[in-house]
Design a protein around this ligand. Structure first.
Ligand SMILES: Cc1ncc(C[n+]2csc(CCOP(=O)(O)OP(=O)(O)O)c2C)c(N)n1
Ligand SMILES: [Mg+2]
Length: 325
């Protein structure tokens, strides 16, 4: 990977981190309604995926994917602030403020949205992939799923059907070690998800999801495989989320220290860039530029109007608006 590409990924990781930290700050002030699961700690995995997905591809983000949603919106729609506004529940959001964190979607930039039912889009992704295959389009349909999804029936049904129909699906499994507080090896037959997938005959790779160079290179290979018509590919990103599900930490102190201090994705990229001779001041400038952009997005969201209650049922059904009571 050349240095400009790595600096680009560094910028993307900072965009994700600044987005999530700004969001967390505003959530604590009561400005962000609903629930909030952040992707802090998983920036390298999301930046690597966003780097290779085009607007003509499709991705189904999981509940920690605000960062990848914002990157796609920023890159292809030129309006990343509309993801921020969506999370603030404002009329200027990509779903007019009706989607929020879990349902931010914009098919124009390839974002088909999350779903509160874990695993549900493991089935939907097959339809999108089948459509691309029938139309002979070199598009990737990507399902970004947590390790918790592995226990769902749709997970296995999806892998089986993608395998027998050679569908262009990229499965991106974000193995952050826990589902709620259940360690992955206790909730599933194997702590290494790839071992369960191999039986379906799908090519798999387990990789360091905090190492942005490795992650981007592996995603690149997987995407190339899929675009060339060779069928599905499964990547397991080993990473860790800063946020527990509950207030109070349930993870061992040494584990927290390892992931937050010794194996932080931005710190690893900073080290790699320093070895290539990129100065600290150049990296600091990148960080500051991105942080300023995120503050602008937050101001945009704060100043945007709330949705008009009269339009609560608009866009819920295509061509059919239900009268409000
Ligand atoms: C079918 C279903 N069961 C349970 C839940 C409740 N739930 C929300 S997040 C979550 C854990 C998800 O774990 P994982 O997929 O590992 O994602 P992580 O939060 O660790 O990123 C669960 C069980 C749900 N949303 N859908
Ligand atoms: Mg998990």
């Amino acid at each position: 990977m050349d240095t400009p590409t790595l600096i680009g990924l560094y910028r993307d990781m900072w965009l994700i981190r600044a987005f999530e930290q700004g969001l967390e700050r505003e959530f604590e002030k009561g400005n962000v309604p609903g629930m909030l699961h952040t992707g802090l700690g998983q920036e390298a995995t999301q930046a690597a995926l966003a780097h290779h997905l085009k607007a003509s591809d499709t991705f189904f983000p999981d509940h920690r994917c605000h960062g990848i949603n914002a990157l796609a919106q920023h890159r292809y729609g030129g309006d990343g602030e509309r993801i921020m506004a969506e999370l603030f529940g404002k009329a200027t959001g990509v779903c007019s403020g009706k989607g929020g964190s879990l349902h931010s979607a914009d098919p124009n930039v390839g974002n088909f949205g999350d779903n509160a039912v874990e695993g549900s889009y493991m089935a939907t992704v097959l339809g999108v992939a089948l459509a691309a295959k029938i139309r002979s389009q070199p598009n990737v349909a990507c399902a970004i799923i947590g390790d918790g999804t592995v226990g769902r029936g749709e997970f296995h049904e999806s892998l089986n059907m993608a395998a027998i129909w050679d569908l262009p699906v990229l499965y991106a499994c974000v193995n952050n070690g826990y589902a709620i507080s259940m360690p992955v090896g206790e909730g599933h037959a194997s702590a290494d998800i790839v071992d369960m997938v191999k039986g379906y005959g799908i090519p798999t790779r387990q990789l360091d999801g905090n190492h942005v160079i490795e992650a981007a290179e592996e995603v690149g290979e997987a995407v190339e495989h899929i675009r060339s018509g060779k069928g599905p590919y499964f990547l397991e990103f080993k990473t860790w989320r800063w946020q527990g599900i509950f207030a109070g930490e349930f993870r061992p102190e040494a584990e927290v220290k390892y992931w937050r201090e010794d194996h932080d994705p931005i710190m690893l990229a900073t080290e790699a860039l320093a070895e290539r001779g990129v100065s600290q001041s150049e990296l600091y400038t990148v960080e500051q530029e991105v942080k300023e952009l995120i503050e602008e997005w937050i101001s945009f969201a704060m100043e945007s109007p709330s949705p008009d209650p009269a339009k609560a049922t608009a866009d819920v059904y295509v061509g059919w608006e239900v009268a409000t009571r």
